[in-house]
Design a binder for this molecule. Structure first.
Ligand code: ATP
Length: 236
């Protein structure tokens, strides 16, 4: 396993939001964690990135225990997060936003080639290179946020609710980009999502998170065929 999470517990003061979550992601996989509002998706992701320290459990990445590691150390090991609602720097240009993703990475590590690679993946970012990020559409900002995470050549991409606030057409477009990234570039991706249909549609496997617990897990086909998932998450 590239990422292995065992019995993860996360609290905000006295309130335990995540009650012992275990999950794993193999190299080359695209895995979804599906949950409704408030299920704890963002909390799990922030704990994986080190932005929120867990109260209990263990997170290992490439065989190393990273449970107590600072976010920048995890980033250096190759974990990167695309935050909810893209969170690009609005008053910086597209190119400057991308360069922010390379912060702390030695310049000689092929930065120029990586920017070219990102521009090939997201041609619109090259077209808008000198434009302020605030002037991009929601879908373009999501692409920029993904591009910014990719500049450092991560080994694991954590993606928080990429579909939020996007029109259905843009949701399809952004999910297609993630799928291509996984299939063509071999990028390992962990998605957390409310949009079960779109995310299971591109994932190998998934976990259903309900009020801080994993209730169901399986291949995407198994989950899409599960009556509980169909009723509660697919509206069928
Ligand atoms: P959403 O889809 O609405 O973003 P989510 O599944 O990502 O939801 P979280 O944001 O992880 O859910 O929140 C899980 C629970 O923890 C919720 O009950 C939320 O109110 C609570 N929570 C989240 N952040 C904090 C915080 N900083 N302080 C206190 N409680 C919090």
């Amino acid at each position: 396993m590239l990422l292995e999470v065992e019995d993860l517990k996360v609290s905000y003061g006295d309130f335990e939001a995540v009650h012992g979550v275990s999950l794993g992601v193999e190299e080359g996989e695209l895995v979804s964690v599906i949950g409704a509002n408030g299920a704890g998706k963002t909390t799990v992701l922030r704990a994986l990135m080190g932005l929120t320290m867990p109260k209990g459990g263990r997170i290992s990445f490439m065989g190393r225990d990273v449970t107590r590691m600072e976010p920048h150390e995890r980033a250096r090991l190759g974990i990167r997060m695309v935050p909810e609602r893209a969170r690009v720097f609005p008053e910086l240009t597209v190119r400057e936003n991308l360069l922010m993703g390379a912060y702390g990475i030695p310049k000689d590590r092929g930065l120029k080639e990586r920017l070219e690679w990102i521009y090939r993946l997201f041609p619109v970012l090259e077209e808008r290179e000198g434009q302020l990020a605030v002037t991009l559409s929601g879908g373009e900002q999501q692409q920029l946020a993904i591009g910014r995470a990719l500049v450092s050549d991560p080994k694991l991409l954590l993606v928080d609710e990429v579909s939020m606030g996007l029109m259905p057409k843009l949701v399809d477009q952004v999910f297609q980009v993630l799928r291509d990234l996984n299939i063509s570039e071999g990028m390992t991706i962990l998605l957390v999502e409310q949009n079960a249909l779109a995310s299971l549609g591109i994932s190998h496997r998934g976990y259903i998170l309900q009020t801080g617990r994993i209730e169901i897990s399986g291949s995407s086909q198994e989950l899409m065929a599960d009556p509980r998932v169909r009723e509660a998450y697919l509206g069928i």
